[in-house]
Design a protein around this ligand. Structure first.
Ligand code: ATP
Ligand code: MG
Length: 325
Protein backbone atom coordinates (compact mmCIF):
# COMPACT_ATOMS: atom_id res chain seq x y z
CA UNK A 1 0.00 0.00 0.00
CA UNK A 2 2.80 2.38 0.91
CA UNK A 3 4.41 1.71 -2.50
CA UNK A 4 1.17 2.71 -4.25
CA UNK A 5 0.99 5.91 -2.21
CA UNK A 6 4.52 6.83 -3.23
CA UNK A 7 3.73 6.24 -6.90
CA UNK A 8 0.58 8.38 -6.52
CA UNK A 9 2.59 11.21 -4.95
CA UNK A 10 4.91 11.23 -7.97
CA UNK A 11 2.05 11.90 -10.39
CA UNK A 12 1.42 15.66 -10.57
CA UNK A 13 -1.98 16.89 -9.39
CA UNK A 14 -2.45 18.61 -12.76
CA UNK A 15 -0.82 18.14 -16.13
CA UNK A 16 -1.94 20.46 -18.89
CA UNK A 17 -0.35 19.56 -22.20
CA UNK A 18 -0.54 21.90 -25.20
CA UNK A 19 -4.17 22.74 -24.45
CA UNK A 20 -6.21 24.91 -26.78
CA UNK A 21 -9.67 26.39 -26.38
CA UNK A 22 -11.91 27.89 -29.05
CA UNK A 23 -15.24 29.72 -28.93
CA UNK A 24 -16.47 29.25 -32.48
CA UNK A 25 -13.66 30.80 -34.55
CA UNK A 26 -12.24 32.77 -31.61
CA UNK A 27 -9.08 31.11 -30.18
CA UNK A 28 -9.02 31.92 -26.45
CA UNK A 29 -6.21 29.57 -25.36
CA UNK A 30 -3.46 28.62 -27.77
CA UNK A 31 -1.28 25.72 -26.69
CA UNK A 32 -0.89 26.05 -22.93
CA UNK A 33 1.26 23.53 -21.00
CA UNK A 34 2.02 23.38 -17.26
CA UNK A 35 2.20 20.98 -14.34
CA UNK A 36 1.19 21.48 -10.73
CA UNK A 37 2.48 19.36 -7.85
CA UNK A 38 0.24 18.10 -5.01
CA UNK A 39 -0.31 20.74 -2.33
CA UNK A 40 1.12 23.55 -4.46
CA UNK A 41 -0.57 26.93 -4.92
CA UNK A 42 -0.11 27.72 -8.61
CA UNK A 43 -1.00 31.15 -9.99
CA UNK A 44 -2.45 32.16 -13.34
CA UNK A 45 -1.62 35.85 -13.63
CA UNK A 46 -2.89 37.88 -16.54
CA UNK A 47 -4.98 40.86 -17.64
CA UNK A 48 -8.64 40.86 -18.73
CA UNK A 49 -9.24 38.51 -21.63
CA UNK A 50 -5.90 36.69 -21.20
CA UNK A 51 -7.63 33.28 -21.05
CA UNK A 52 -7.53 32.50 -17.30
CA UNK A 53 -11.22 31.57 -16.98
CA UNK A 54 -11.03 29.52 -20.18
CA UNK A 55 -8.09 27.52 -18.75
CA UNK A 56 -9.89 26.97 -15.42
CA UNK A 57 -13.11 25.97 -17.21
CA UNK A 58 -11.19 23.24 -19.04
CA UNK A 59 -9.52 22.06 -15.82
CA UNK A 60 -12.96 21.95 -14.16
CA UNK A 61 -14.37 19.87 -17.02
CA UNK A 62 -16.90 22.57 -17.95
CA UNK A 63 -15.36 23.19 -21.34
CA UNK A 64 -13.59 20.63 -23.54
CA UNK A 65 -10.19 21.58 -24.94
CA UNK A 66 -10.27 21.80 -28.73
CA UNK A 67 -6.79 20.25 -28.70
CA UNK A 68 -4.20 18.96 -26.20
CA UNK A 69 -4.78 16.95 -23.04
CA UNK A 70 -5.51 17.47 -19.35
CA UNK A 71 -4.72 14.98 -16.61
CA UNK A 72 -5.94 15.38 -13.05
CA UNK A 73 -4.14 13.04 -10.64
CA UNK A 74 -3.16 11.02 -13.71
CA UNK A 75 -6.81 10.66 -14.84
CA UNK A 76 -8.55 12.24 -17.81
CA UNK A 77 -12.12 13.43 -18.27
CA UNK A 78 -12.86 11.08 -21.18
CA UNK A 79 -12.53 7.97 -19.00
CA UNK A 80 -12.80 9.13 -15.35
CA UNK A 81 -15.13 12.13 -15.36
CA UNK A 82 -16.99 11.31 -12.12
CA UNK A 83 -13.78 10.55 -10.21
CA UNK A 84 -12.21 13.82 -11.33
CA UNK A 85 -15.35 15.79 -10.46
CA UNK A 86 -15.07 14.49 -6.87
CA UNK A 87 -11.45 15.66 -6.69
CA UNK A 88 -12.16 19.19 -7.90
CA UNK A 89 -13.68 22.20 -6.20
CA UNK A 90 -14.42 25.16 -8.48
CA UNK A 91 -14.80 28.73 -7.24
CA UNK A 92 -16.21 30.53 -10.30
CA UNK A 93 -15.42 34.13 -11.14
CA UNK A 94 -19.11 35.04 -10.95
CA UNK A 95 -20.89 34.44 -7.63
CA UNK A 96 -22.80 31.18 -7.95
CA UNK A 97 -25.38 30.83 -5.18
CA UNK A 98 -28.94 31.84 -4.36
CA UNK A 99 -28.97 35.37 -2.98
CA UNK A 100 -32.48 35.00 -1.50
CA UNK A 101 -31.45 32.03 0.64
CA UNK A 102 -29.34 32.29 3.77
CA UNK A 103 -25.71 31.22 3.68
CA UNK A 104 -26.69 28.10 5.62
CA UNK A 105 -29.56 27.24 3.25
CA UNK A 106 -27.21 27.64 0.29
CA UNK A 107 -24.70 25.27 1.88
CA UNK A 108 -27.48 22.75 2.66
CA UNK A 109 -28.67 22.95 -0.94
CA UNK A 110 -25.17 22.38 -2.34
CA UNK A 111 -24.55 19.51 0.09
CA UNK A 112 -27.54 17.85 -1.62
CA UNK A 113 -25.93 18.46 -5.03
CA UNK A 114 -22.71 16.83 -3.77
CA UNK A 115 -24.79 14.04 -2.18
CA UNK A 116 -23.65 14.78 1.35
CA UNK A 117 -26.47 14.14 3.81
CA UNK A 118 -27.29 13.92 7.54
CA UNK A 119 -24.58 14.44 10.13
CA UNK A 120 -21.88 14.42 7.47
CA UNK A 121 -23.55 17.44 5.88
CA UNK A 122 -23.96 19.23 9.23
CA UNK A 123 -20.30 18.67 10.08
CA UNK A 124 -19.05 19.79 6.68
CA UNK A 125 -21.22 22.92 6.75
CA UNK A 126 -19.94 23.87 10.22
CA UNK A 127 -16.39 23.22 9.08
CA UNK A 128 -16.51 25.27 5.87
CA UNK A 129 -18.31 28.15 7.62
CA UNK A 130 -15.46 28.22 10.11
CA UNK A 131 -12.80 28.02 7.39
CA UNK A 132 -14.22 31.06 5.58
CA UNK A 133 -15.18 32.90 8.78
CA UNK A 134 -18.95 33.06 8.18
CA UNK A 135 -20.27 31.07 11.16
CA UNK A 136 -21.83 34.15 12.80
CA UNK A 137 -23.61 35.22 9.60
CA UNK A 138 -24.76 31.78 8.41
CA UNK A 139 -28.44 32.46 9.12
CA UNK A 140 -28.54 35.80 7.29
CA UNK A 141 -29.87 36.13 3.76
CA UNK A 142 -26.92 36.01 1.34
CA UNK A 143 -28.16 39.16 -0.41
CA UNK A 144 -27.36 41.11 2.80
CA UNK A 145 -23.72 39.96 2.85
CA UNK A 146 -20.92 42.36 1.98
CA UNK A 147 -18.97 41.74 -1.24
CA UNK A 148 -16.21 39.98 0.69
CA UNK A 149 -18.69 37.74 2.56
CA UNK A 150 -20.33 36.77 -0.75
CA UNK A 151 -16.91 35.82 -2.11
CA UNK A 152 -16.27 33.74 1.01
CA UNK A 153 -19.62 31.95 0.65
CA UNK A 154 -18.68 31.20 -2.97
CA UNK A 155 -15.48 29.56 -1.66
CA UNK A 156 -17.29 27.69 1.14
CA UNK A 157 -19.59 26.01 -1.39
CA UNK A 158 -16.61 24.76 -3.41
CA UNK A 159 -15.07 23.27 -0.23
CA UNK A 160 -18.11 21.25 0.88
CA UNK A 161 -17.06 17.95 -0.70
CA UNK A 162 -13.45 18.21 0.55
CA UNK A 163 -11.83 18.66 -2.86
CA UNK A 164 -8.17 17.71 -3.22
CA UNK A 165 -7.79 20.34 -5.93
CA UNK A 166 -9.32 23.81 -5.70
CA UNK A 167 -9.69 26.00 -8.79
CA UNK A 168 -10.19 29.64 -7.80
CA UNK A 169 -11.09 32.22 -10.42
CA UNK A 170 -10.33 35.74 -9.15
CA UNK A 171 -11.70 34.93 -5.67
CA UNK A 172 -10.84 38.37 -4.27
CA UNK A 173 -12.46 40.47 -7.00
CA UNK A 174 -14.01 43.54 -5.37
CA UNK A 175 -13.23 42.63 -1.75
CA UNK A 176 -11.74 44.89 0.93
CA UNK A 177 -8.24 44.25 2.35
CA UNK A 178 -9.64 42.57 5.49
CA UNK A 179 -11.72 40.01 3.58
CA UNK A 180 -8.88 39.57 1.11
CA UNK A 181 -6.54 38.71 3.94
CA UNK A 182 -8.96 36.21 5.42
CA UNK A 183 -9.30 34.56 1.97
CA UNK A 184 -5.48 34.37 1.76
CA UNK A 185 -5.28 32.77 5.22
CA UNK A 186 -7.92 30.25 4.18
CA UNK A 187 -5.90 29.33 1.04
CA UNK A 188 -2.67 29.06 3.02
CA UNK A 189 -4.38 26.77 5.52
CA UNK A 190 -5.79 24.58 2.72
CA UNK A 191 -2.37 24.35 1.11
CA UNK A 192 -0.75 23.36 4.44
CA UNK A 193 -3.22 20.48 4.70
CA UNK A 194 -2.35 19.22 1.21
CA UNK A 195 -4.96 20.85 -1.06
CA UNK A 196 -3.65 21.85 -4.48
CA UNK A 197 -4.84 25.32 -5.50
CA UNK A 198 -4.92 26.97 -8.91
CA UNK A 199 -5.38 30.66 -8.32
CA UNK A 200 -6.30 33.06 -11.10
CA UNK A 201 -5.85 36.79 -10.63
CA UNK A 202 -4.66 39.99 -12.23
CA UNK A 203 -3.12 41.17 -8.95
CA UNK A 204 0.60 40.39 -8.94
CA UNK A 205 0.89 41.01 -5.17
CA UNK A 206 -1.55 38.13 -4.58
CA UNK A 207 0.53 35.66 -6.58
CA UNK A 208 3.70 36.92 -4.87
CA UNK A 209 2.20 36.19 -1.47
CA UNK A 210 0.46 32.90 -2.23
CA UNK A 211 2.03 31.06 -5.12
CA UNK A 212 5.08 28.84 -5.34
CA UNK A 213 4.98 29.04 -9.13
CA UNK A 214 3.02 31.17 -11.54
CA UNK A 215 2.22 31.25 -15.22
CA UNK A 216 1.91 34.73 -16.70
CA UNK A 217 -0.84 34.50 -19.30
CA UNK A 218 -1.44 36.95 -22.13
CA UNK A 219 -3.56 36.57 -25.26
CA UNK A 220 -4.18 32.89 -24.61
CA UNK A 221 -0.54 31.96 -24.13
CA UNK A 222 1.82 31.42 -21.22
CA UNK A 223 4.52 34.03 -21.79
CA UNK A 224 6.57 33.20 -18.66
CA UNK A 225 6.43 30.56 -15.94
CA UNK A 226 8.54 30.20 -12.79
CA UNK A 227 8.51 31.18 -9.11
CA UNK A 228 7.65 34.88 -8.56
CA UNK A 229 11.17 35.44 -7.21
CA UNK A 230 12.91 33.87 -10.21
CA UNK A 231 10.69 35.80 -12.60
CA UNK A 232 11.55 39.09 -10.88
CA UNK A 233 15.26 38.23 -10.83
CA UNK A 234 15.10 37.45 -14.55
CA UNK A 235 14.53 41.18 -15.17
CA UNK A 236 18.16 41.81 -14.28
CA UNK A 237 17.65 45.09 -12.39
CA UNK A 238 15.61 48.29 -12.41
CA UNK A 239 13.63 48.92 -15.60
CA UNK A 240 13.41 52.43 -17.11
CA UNK A 241 11.03 53.47 -19.85
CA UNK A 242 11.89 56.91 -21.21
CA UNK A 243 10.03 58.82 -23.89
CA UNK A 244 12.73 60.46 -26.05
CA UNK A 245 12.40 63.07 -28.81
CA UNK A 246 15.13 64.27 -31.17
CA UNK A 247 16.99 63.10 -34.25
CA UNK A 248 20.02 61.71 -32.37
CA UNK A 249 18.07 58.90 -30.66
CA UNK A 250 20.06 56.15 -32.42
CA UNK A 251 23.37 57.67 -31.27
CA UNK A 252 21.95 57.68 -27.75
CA UNK A 253 21.29 53.94 -27.98
CA UNK A 254 24.82 53.32 -29.31
CA UNK A 255 26.39 55.18 -26.39
CA UNK A 256 24.16 53.56 -23.75
CA UNK A 257 24.72 50.03 -25.06
CA UNK A 258 28.46 50.47 -24.43
CA UNK A 259 27.99 51.30 -20.75
CA UNK A 260 28.93 48.42 -18.42
CA UNK A 261 26.26 49.43 -15.92
CA UNK A 262 23.46 48.88 -18.46
CA UNK A 263 22.31 45.28 -18.89
CA UNK A 264 19.94 45.94 -21.78
CA UNK A 265 18.82 48.85 -23.91
CA UNK A 266 16.12 48.96 -26.61
CA UNK A 267 14.53 51.74 -28.60
CA UNK A 268 10.95 51.19 -29.79
CA UNK A 269 9.95 54.26 -31.85
CA UNK A 270 10.34 57.04 -29.30
CA UNK A 271 10.27 54.79 -26.23
CA UNK A 272 13.64 53.86 -24.80
CA UNK A 273 13.85 50.88 -22.44
CA UNK A 274 16.85 50.40 -20.15
CA UNK A 275 17.55 47.65 -17.64
CA UNK A 276 20.23 48.31 -15.04
CA UNK A 277 21.42 47.23 -11.60
CA UNK A 278 22.86 50.74 -11.02
CA UNK A 279 19.89 53.07 -11.60
CA UNK A 280 21.41 56.12 -9.88
CA UNK A 281 24.60 56.03 -11.95
CA UNK A 282 22.73 55.40 -15.20
CA UNK A 283 20.23 58.18 -14.58
CA UNK A 284 23.00 60.71 -13.97
CA UNK A 285 24.94 59.65 -17.07
CA UNK A 286 21.72 59.56 -19.11
CA UNK A 287 20.89 63.18 -18.30
CA UNK A 288 24.35 64.32 -19.43
CA UNK A 289 24.25 62.34 -22.68
CA UNK A 290 20.73 63.44 -23.68
CA UNK A 291 21.74 67.04 -23.02
CA UNK A 292 24.77 66.76 -25.30
CA UNK A 293 22.80 65.04 -28.05
CA UNK A 294 19.97 67.59 -27.78
CA UNK A 295 17.40 64.90 -26.95
CA UNK A 296 14.24 65.88 -25.08
CA UNK A 297 12.68 63.62 -22.46
CA UNK A 298 8.88 63.49 -22.73
CA UNK A 299 8.17 60.82 -20.08
CA UNK A 300 10.02 58.74 -17.51
CA UNK A 301 8.81 55.57 -15.85
CA UNK A 302 11.03 53.68 -13.39
CA UNK A 303 9.97 50.21 -12.12
CA UNK A 304 11.68 48.07 -9.55
CA UNK A 305 11.87 44.37 -10.42
CA UNK A 306 8.33 43.06 -9.98
CA UNK A 307 5.93 40.80 -11.84
CA UNK A 308 4.43 43.97 -13.31
CA UNK A 309 7.87 44.75 -14.78
CA UNK A 310 8.17 41.20 -16.13
CA UNK A 311 4.83 41.66 -17.88
CA UNK A 312 5.82 45.11 -19.12
CA UNK A 313 9.09 43.80 -20.53
CA UNK A 314 7.53 40.81 -22.22
CA UNK A 315 4.49 42.51 -23.72
CA UNK A 316 5.32 46.21 -23.79
CA UNK A 317 2.15 46.99 -21.78
CA UNK A 318 1.21 47.09 -18.10
CA UNK A 319 -0.85 44.38 -16.40
CA UNK A 320 -3.24 47.07 -15.24
CA UNK A 321 -3.38 49.06 -18.52
CA UNK A 322 -6.23 46.91 -19.65
CA UNK A 323 -8.08 46.48 -16.38
CA UNK A 324 -11.55 47.76 -15.88
CA UNK A 325 -10.82 48.83 -12.36
N1 ATP B 1 -18.37 32.21 -24.09
C1 ATP B 1 -17.52 32.87 -24.86
N2 ATP B 1 -17.79 33.10 -26.17
C2 ATP B 1 -16.91 33.77 -26.97
N3 ATP B 1 -15.72 34.23 -26.56
C3 ATP B 1 -15.41 34.05 -25.27
C4 ATP B 1 -16.28 33.36 -24.35
N4 ATP B 1 -15.68 33.32 -23.14
C5 ATP B 1 -14.50 33.96 -23.28
N5 ATP B 1 -14.34 34.37 -24.55
C6 ATP B 1 -13.17 35.12 -25.07
O1 ATP B 1 -12.01 34.36 -24.79
C7 ATP B 1 -10.92 35.22 -24.41
C8 ATP B 1 -10.41 34.78 -23.04
O2 ATP B 1 -11.46 35.04 -22.10
P1 ATP B 1 -11.35 34.59 -20.57
O3 ATP B 1 -12.66 34.87 -19.94
O4 ATP B 1 -10.82 33.21 -20.53
O5 ATP B 1 -10.23 35.61 -20.05
P2 ATP B 1 -9.84 35.97 -18.55
O6 ATP B 1 -8.34 35.96 -18.49
O7 ATP B 1 -10.55 35.10 -17.60
O8 ATP B 1 -10.33 37.48 -18.42
P3 ATP B 1 -10.91 38.25 -17.11
O9 ATP B 1 -9.69 38.65 -16.29
O10 ATP B 1 -11.57 39.45 -17.70
O11 ATP B 1 -11.85 37.37 -16.39
C9 ATP B 1 -11.48 36.64 -24.44
O12 ATP B 1 -11.11 37.23 -25.67
C10 ATP B 1 -12.98 36.45 -24.38
O13 ATP B 1 -13.67 37.47 -25.04
MG1 MG C 1 -11.87 35.44 -16.08
Amino acid sequence: MRGFRNIFAMIPAIVCNNVRCKYRSMIAVQGVSFQVAHGEVFGLLGPNGAGKTSILSMLAGIKYPSDGSIQINGLNYATHRDQIKRLIGYVPQALAFYTRLTGLENLQFFCGIFQIFGDAAKNRIQHVLKVVGLTDRAKDIAETYSGGMKRRLNIAIALLHEPKILLMDEPTAGVDPHSRNSIFECIEQLSRTGTTVIYSTHYMEETERLCKNIAIVDQGQIIAMDSPQNLCESIGGVFFQVGVQGKNRCSLVDILSQMDSIAEVNLKDSLLEITTKEPQKVLQAFMGITDKLDIQISSLNISNPSLETVFLKLTGKGLRDQQDG
